[in-house]
Design a protein around this ligand. Structure first.
Ligand code: TPP
Ligand code: MG
Length: 339
């Protein structure tokens, strides 16, 4: 799979590449997390239109397989440094809905004390760190985390993400180079969703695949279809195995599509209808649902009842959060300056 090439609009949607590492119950679990990510995203879009969600609402639609499949491949000591389109990973790491909704609706008492509405929080107990908003800057932090654990003799894998735009920053290079030299157990997923704001890949980089850079760093690199959750899972599981064996970092370019604007204010009129149609056919949830139905892992009725329960739970979390107050103005000055 190439990243920086014009799309072949007539190309057929490939079948899901089933992973031998997954049982059917784990498939259902992954699919449920994907549905949860989608429904949470739709709820955030609605809240934004109702004027109840402030700041940027960065749609995750199209990124569910990449975000869920990658985080699902980690173990229970590993750590996650998600970016702004990785809500699925928060669910995989068992973040609860009320906590997330409080943070996203910037309510008093939330993990960011109501000073942020876009998920820049850390929840150390849940092993979720980030996101660091400055593109690229989280990579050295995620690398530093496992440098520290390595020095303590612990076996921890750190997974983090960067976009196709963020992959062009200096700190991307510094972080991946450092992790490769130190053979750190770091997995970096480049989520190439075709655009950074309105800039397409063609104005971002000149190489064919972003994973080709791995050769220059001396680490493992691969480019995969990021809309196939089982392929994402298997690729990341193997990367984590290599990391635990001391074989160093992996640079995984996951090809997806940002199906909406950069944030909800952006009408993404710079994306052609043909391009969106191409990617609609590769919707990660539709693809996986079709696979699970064909293999009789789930029936349509079962999927409907999973979805209904997820929607009910999200509604309850919204009801819980919207009734709580915003923080006082002084909160914005706390933890910013040293007295
Ligand atoms: C160093 C830096 N420059 C600019 C920004 C503003 N910014 C936030 S998201 C974004 C676009 C990122 O595009 P990409 O990395 O492709 O991620 P995507 O939003 O497509 O998931 C920009 C320019 C920033 N946060 N950090
Ligand atoms: Mg992008």
């Amino acid at each position: 799979m190439n990243s920086n090439k014009p799309l072949d609009l007539s190309a057929k949607v490939p079948p899901i590449k089933p992973s031998k590492l997954l049982s059917n119950s784990r498939r259902i679990e992954m699919f449920t997390y994907m549905l949860q990510a989608r429904e949470f995203d739709l709820a955030m879009q609605r809240l934004n239109r109702q004027g109840r969600a402030f700041g940027g609402v960065y749609s995750q639609t199209g990124n569910e397989a990449s975000s869920v499949g990658s985080a699902y491949a980690l173990g229970d000591k590993d750590v996650l440094f998600p970016m702004h389109r990785n809500i699925g990973g928060h669910f995989v790491f068992k973040q609860d809905l009320n906590t997330l909704m409080l943070a996203f609706l910037a309510r008093e008492g939330s993990l960011m004390r109501g000073t942020d509405g876009t998920g820049h929080y850390a929840d150390v107990k849940k092993r979720i760190y980030g996101n660091v908003s400055h593109l690229g800057a989280m990579i050295p932090v995620a690398a530093g985390f496992v440098l520290a654990s390595k020095m303590r003799g612990e076996s921890v894998v750190s997974m983090t993400y960067i976009g196709d735009g963020g992959a062009q920053t200096g700190e991307f290079h510094e972080g991946v180079n450092f992790a490769s030299v130190q053979k750190l157990p770091l997995i970096l997923i480049i989520e190439n969703n075709q655009y950074a704001y309105s800039s397409p890949n063609s104005v971002e980089f000149a190489c064919v695949k972003l994973s080709d850079r791995a050769l220059g760093y001396g680490c493992f690199g691969v480019t995969i279809d990021g809309t196939d959750v089982e392929l994402v899972y298997e690729t990341c599981f193997k990367a984590a195995e290599r990391a635990r064996k001391g074989e160093g970092p992996s640079l995984i370019e996951s090809i997806t599509m940002r199906m909406r604007g950069h944030a909800e204010h952006d009408d993404f009129s710079y994306v052609s209808r043909e391009e969106l149609e191409y990617w609609k056919k590769r919707d990660p949830i539709d693809r996986y649902q079709k696979y699970l139905l064909t293999k009789k892992v789930l029936s349509l009725d079962e999927i409907t009842s999973i979805r209904t329960k997820l929607i009910d739970d999200i509604r309850s979390a919204i009801d819980y959060a919207v009734d709580l107050p915003f923080p006082s103005g002084e909160e914005g000055f706390k933890n910013v300056f040293i007295d």
